[in-house]
Design a protein around this ligand. Structure first.
Ligand code: NAD
Length: 511
């Protein structure tokens, strides 16, 4: 364990990141007259400043301005719109370390993971540029002579994005790069726990927009908590709400958007599992499991939370996991070699402790971790040792997503049983199997009920080229790669008659 940085070190890191990204650091001084929000670093627990927040009225005004920008943007040819994604990606490349600094300060990620998050943004911008020339529709043969039948894709209008603290900017870019190329305007309500990273990302986008001549107010940011998110969710001008966060949030947001017949894309909590079969390459599985379970202090939607290991190798494998956990360096992500940073706040710590208590009450044995560290040095920061808990079966606590580093271990005797355990949770985001058996791997890929199913890699660390998202309580949305772009557009079926006659479909006669 290493010493924690001083408040001044964190402030310096933050202000250098903000300034380089083009954000005026006076933003941290808030405004007495307006609504406001406190920014905080989980590394030290210190208050970073007070940021002026939106009111319901200013949020509504920004949505109106985005609607106006959309009216211009929709008529810009898609490949020209692609230049905005391209320029944003270039600026993100130039300021990768700067934006990563803000992410580290605000979300507590290690510099490597924070830079990886910005790299995802750069990758999706490149993807979106390519996509701008591929917003393809199909043509179909018409049953009527002298007719042509085709499908064309059109922008939706204003897209509203709600994002979570743990990927404060990458998930925004998955939505935004594609939505902008699709011809939409984007209004973003970032997490109240990561407002500064949002301002950094948005400042670079605003600069890119000005440089390529995109209309003003094409992508405004709404600063605030759930109440401001709710204003956007209820606004009928917002054609699509793409919301990332907890299942609880999805349950609140989903019905409101459905009530007004808006479109919705939900990326909610996961409860991800890996099956380790007897034939697995144990060293490879070990690395895959430890990174997915303890990395980002267990605060990824794709974090490995359930290890389903064959009974014949369980003791040996679990001993190795516990031994690896004991070597993990916990502390400030600003220090070299630290792999496990802080939890986001005290509520997260309390949630972890409650889950561990419940696990023990349900027959679980804590094999390592769970305790708080560095509390004397920084009582307002929450560092924990990642925990491994052996469970007698998949009890109630295991079926819940606790957003902290707890890895539950369950054993199985045959693959059908493992698959049954695997699928028997309400969430369906990411999954993995470690095996050398082709038949096992194929069976897993067809039976896992998750949106992501991997073989011989862990549950976290997806690439942007594939569609990202999950089933069941995870919400069913898909973002980023593959044909996720279709979520930001609406298809129209067009029939063109050049026959000079008016034959009706299905041979219907009239007049
Ligand atoms: P959260 O649900 O507390 O908040 C997420 C966002 O939703 C925030 O911006 C918040 O202000 C907003 N929000 C909450 N309630 C709202 C409401 N009623 N109306 C409008 N907006 C509302 O989640 P969090 O703690 O920031 O993030 C952790 C959760 O997010 C975990 O459950 C994690 O699994 C999930 N997550 C999922 C994905 C994914 O892609 N599936 C990615 C990242 C995080």
């Amino acid at each position: 364990m290493t010493a924690l940085p001083t408040d001044q070190t964190i402030t310096d890191l933050l202000t250098s990141g903000l300034s380089a990204c083009g954000v005026d650091t006076s933003v941290l001084e808030g405004s007495a007259a307006s609504a406001s929000l406190s920014a905080r670093s989980p590394i030290t627990g210190q208050n970073l400043g007070t940021i002026a927040a939106d009111t319901a009225q200013t949020a509504s005004d920004k949505i109106a301005a985005a609607q106006t920008a959309f009216e211009t943007w929709r008529d810009v040819p898609a490949p020209v719109r692609g230049q905005l994604a391209q320029r944003w990606g270039q600026l993100l490349g130039e300021h990768k370390e700067d934006l990563a600094k803000i992410i580290t300060v605000e979300a507590g990620k290690t510099p490597s993971e924070a830079a990886g998050e910005v790299q995802e943004m750069i990758d999706v911008c490149e993807f979106a540029l390519g996509q701008s020339r591929q917003l393809w529709g199909k043509t179909m043969p018409s049953e009527r002579p002298g007719h042509r039948l085709m499908e064309t894709w059109h922008p939706l209008g204003v897209v509203g994005v709600i994002s979570a603290f743990n990927f404060p900017v990458a998930v925004y870019s998955w939505n935004t790069a594609l939505a902008l190329v699709a011809g939409d305007a984007v209004v973003w309500k970032p997490s109240e726990n990561a407002v500064l990273a949002a301002l950094g990302a948005q400042s670079l986008l605003a600069r890119a927009a000005a440089e390529v001549g995109a209309p003003e107010n094409l992508a405004p940011v709404l600063i605030g908590g759930r109440d401001i998110g709710d204003v956007m969710v209820r606004d009928e001008r917002v054609a699509l709400v793409s919301a990332t966060g907890s299942v609880r949030m999805g349950r609140e947001v989903g019905p409101v958007v459905a009530e007004r017949f808006g479109k919705i894309l939900l990326e909610l909590g996961g409860n991800n599992a890996a099956i380790v079969a007897p034939s697995a390459d144990i060293d490879l599985a070990l690395r895959g499991v430890v990174f997915a379970a303890a990395g980002t202090a267990g605060q990824r939607c794709t974090t490995l939370r359930r290890l389903i290991v064959h009974e014949s190798i369980a003791d040996e494998f679990v001993d190795k996991v516990v031994a690896a956990y004991k070597t993990l360096s916990i502390g400030s992500p600003t220090e070299d070699g630290v792999l496990v940073g802080p939890l986001i706040n005290s509520a997260s710590y309390d949630g972890m402790q409650a889950a561990l208590k419940q696990a023990e009450a349900e027959g679980g044995e804590v094999l390592c971790g769970g305790g708080r560290v560095l509390a004397d040095e920084r009582p307002d920061a929450h560092y924990v040792e990642p925990a491994v808990v052996r469970m007698p079966s998949q009890t109630a606590v295991v079926k819940d997503e606790t957003f902290a580093p707890i890895l539950y271990v369950i054993t199985y005797s045959d693959l059908d049983e493992a698959l049954k355990i695997h699928n028997d949770v309400p969430q369906g985001l990411s999954s993995a199997i470690f095996t050398a058996e082709l038949a096992e791997s194929e069976k897993f890929l067809s039976r896992s009920d998750c949106g992501i199913a991997n073989v011989n890699i862990g549950t976290s660390g997806a690439e942007i080229g594939g569609a990202f998202g999950g089933e069941k309580e995870t919400g069913g949305g898909r973002e980023s790669g593959s044909d996720s772009w279709k979520a930001y557009m609406r298809p129209a079926t067009n029939t063109i008659n050049y026959s000079g006659e008016l034959p009706l479909a299905q041979g219907v006669e009239f007049l």
